[in-house]
Design a protein around this ligand. Structure first.
Ligand SMILES: *[C@@H]1O[C@H](CO)[C@@H](O)[C@H](O)[C@H]1NC(C)=O
Length: 220
């Protein structure tokens, strides 16, 4: 009796805490603003492009962060056209071009950490192609410009958030860093999609751009 109770309690506990991998509520495409990511000079080994670039595509659950979902996974280095496209849209800023394309450290890490969490729907190639397709759905830099937001100045959170939302329809997640004390700057923009990537989805908010006492966010 005691033993079977223990077993069922055990079972419930395990069931409640173990993530059901491959099962996710939404995916977030995280786009980096290179000028901020690469600050200060010397942090990056590539010339930062003057446009958003992919950081990653992160399948997640509303109440639980999904990461490293498969112990057994294989990442096969990309070659040819897809490698060149990734180098353009998903540039590995911290590595020089030769090392980056040979070892593909950022792509491999992102696949291991996030791509494995949606491998039930997207294999390695499909995952990377999807990230690039979603990036090209929106021209965030152009959208910001259309709304009077150009690099070199500070803008309110509402203004940047609102501008992005005009094209995504759903809340983006703005991510800020403070490279210079007292100056909050826009580092990344996350835009979210349903698991089949067909529809926009509301991104959970990380609130890193809404710190008290800051009136403006620098768009470097
Ligand atoms: C920036 O990237 C977007 C999305 O990939 C693209 O549509 C746009 O043309 C690019 N803008 C510039 C100035 O390169």
């Amino acid at each position: 009796m005691f033993k079977s109770q223990l077993t069922s309690a055990h079972f419930i506990l395990l069931f409640a805490i173990s993530p059901i991998y491959g099962d996710f509520d939404y995916m977030q495409l995280v786009l980096t603003w290179p000028a901020t990511f690469c600050y200060p000079k010397g942090f990056c080994q590539r010339i930062p492009p003057k446009n958003f670039t992919i950081h990653g595509l992160w399948p997640d659950k509303e109440r639980q962060r999904l990461q490293f979902c498969a112990k057994d996974y294989k990442y096969v280095n990309f070659e040819g056209d897809i490698k060149s496209s990734l180098d353009h849209h998903w540039i590995q800023l911290r590595f020089n071009k030769e090392v980056g394309l040979k070892y593909q450290p950022l792509w491999h890490d992102q696949y291991k950490k996030h791509g494995t969490c949606c491998s039930n729907l997207y294999d390695q190639t499909a995952y990377f192609l999807l990230a690039m397709r979603l990036k090209n759905k929106f021209d965030l830099l152009g959208t910001l410009r259309t709304n009077g937001i150009t690099p070199g100045r500070r803008y309110t959170f509402q203004r940047i958030h609102g501008a992005i939302k005009t094209v995504t329809q759903m809340d983006p997640d703005l991510k800020c860093v403070e490279h210079i004390k007292g100056v909050l700057e826009l580092n990344e923009i996350g835009i979210c999609f349903t698991p089949n990537a067909e529809s926009p989805y509301h991104c959970p908010q990380s609130h890193s751009c809404e710190k008290r006492g800051y009136t403006g966010i620098l768009f470097r």
